[in-house]
Design a protein around this ligand. Structure first.
Ligand SMILES: Cc1cc2nc3c(=O)[nH]c(=O)nc-3n(C[C@H](O)[C@H](O)[C@H](O)COP(=O)(O)O)c2cc1C
Length: 360
């Protein structure tokens, strides 16, 4: 039976187990450049034994950052500092995926621990863009509605960023189409009220995501996987739905997407989210069974037994642990120990490993 410490192959990328670190903004970059914080933060999680580390949201254009302290890949100067991080993680057995992102109408706010209110242009902020001139909340700036030329420019910047990610040594790309950021803003009728070919019907609202997938897939090596992160529901009537998530996942599968990372929410500040242990796992299971595509589950997965059960029972192919792995970067090693599962282990720490473990 498939379990938490079984390898997972996605195209030519073979992951050592089913545990991944999801994208988590560190809000610690200047001019989009990775620094020693990123090196130690990601490096520690590689030593900890995660099979895949997904970078924090990495902006494809400066205006696509959530905060001025986000990572970016809009310029060649950003390649080498990230390559240093990726090389170390890879050397210790954790290939990295880059999460390519554009924040759209949720851009230009403070770092995660600061006020989530707009930063004015004269204080280093910028005017956000979106599918329609509808602000995220009454505290947010009304976005400038993108015209078709503006949309096409963003699509090509996703591809350029993917090429830089390849140069930096990333093993996978995750396209961020969740959590109420630009691509999700196009998917959801709550934020997309366009009357042109990028709005209206399911085909119109999903068009941008599919175009981004196609342009990235065209430049991303055939042998390496492409992931899309979706919010399965807006948790609000009249919003994006789990059925649409399944339908879009079916389409994405035919466009060369290898894994759907199934999250939820982010479009509506007043959404009532039943946040509890494994609260989103059911959405991953539904996409996996109905769209027949590999899926990752995320959301308050914290215990080894819970994570192992999700894999063993076929609810998902991979589990992502966010806040739990912020608390304990060595969670995968702890889980192997608790489940009595031999694993590959840093040679330096081998004396702490379960019987049968081998040095990396
Ligand atoms: C500090 C922090 C930063 C985050 N940044 C991102 C991000 O950059 N991109 C993203 O898709 N999700 C982001 N998330 C959401 C996580 O990837 C994850 O989906 C969420 O924390 C739920 O998983 P958990 O219950 O295991 O923490 C962030 C979460 C946290 C705690």
């Amino acid at each position: 039976m498939t379990h938490l410490f079984e390898p997972l192959a996605l195209r030519d990328l073979v992951l050592r187990n089913r545990i991944a670190v999801p994208a988590m903004c560190q809000y610690s970059a200047q001019d989009g450049l990775a620094n020693d914080w990123h090196f130690v933060h990601y490096g520690t999680r590689a030593i900890g034994g995660a099979a895949l580390i997904i970078s924090e949201a990495t902006a494809v254009v400066p205006e696509g950052r959530i905060s001025p302290a986000d990572l970016g890949l809009w310029d060649d100067s950003q390649i080498e500092p990230l390559a240093r991080v990726v090389r170390f993680a890879q050397e210790y057995g954790s290939p990295m995926a880059v999460q390519l992102a554009h924040a759209g109408r949720k851009a230009s706010v403070g770092r995660g621990w600061e006020a989530q209110t707009p930063i004015p242009v004269n204080k280093g902020g910028w005017p956000p863009v979106g599918p329609s001139p509808i602000p995220f909340s009454s505290a947010h700036t009304t976005p400038v509605e993108l015209d078709v030329a503006g949309i096409e420019a963003i699509v090509s910047r996703f591809a350029a960023a993917a090429q830089r990610a390849h140069a930096a040594g990333f093993s996978a790309v995750e396209i961020h189409a969740a959590h109420g950021y630009l691509l999700h803003q196009f998917l959801s009728p709550l934020s997309n009220q366009r009357a042109d070919s990028y709005g209206g019907s399911f085909a119109g609202r999903t068009r941008l995501v599919i175009e981004v997938v196609d342009t990235v897939r065209a430049v991303w090596p055939e042998r390496l996987p492409l992931i899309v992160r979706l919010s399965a529901t807006d948790w609000v009537d009249g919003g994006w739905t789990p059925e649409e998530t399944v339908d879009l996942s079916r389409v994405l599968k035919t466009h060369g997407v290898d894994l759907i990372n199934v999250s939820s929410g982010g479009t509506a500040p007043d959404a009532r989210i039943p946040d509890g242990p494994g609260f989103q796992t059911g959405f991953a299971e539904r996409v996996r069974r109905k769209a027949e595509i590999p899926c990752a589950a995320v959301g308050r997965i914290t215990s080894p037994a819970q994570a192992d059960h999700i894999i063993r029972s076929g609810q998902a192919d991979m589990v992502l642990l966010g806040r739990e792995i912020l608390r304990n970067p060595y969670w995968p090693m702890t889980a192997a120990h608790e489940l009595g599962q031999a694993a590959d282990w840093p040679a330096q720490y081998l004396r702490a490993a379960p019987r049968g473990s081998v040095a990396r």
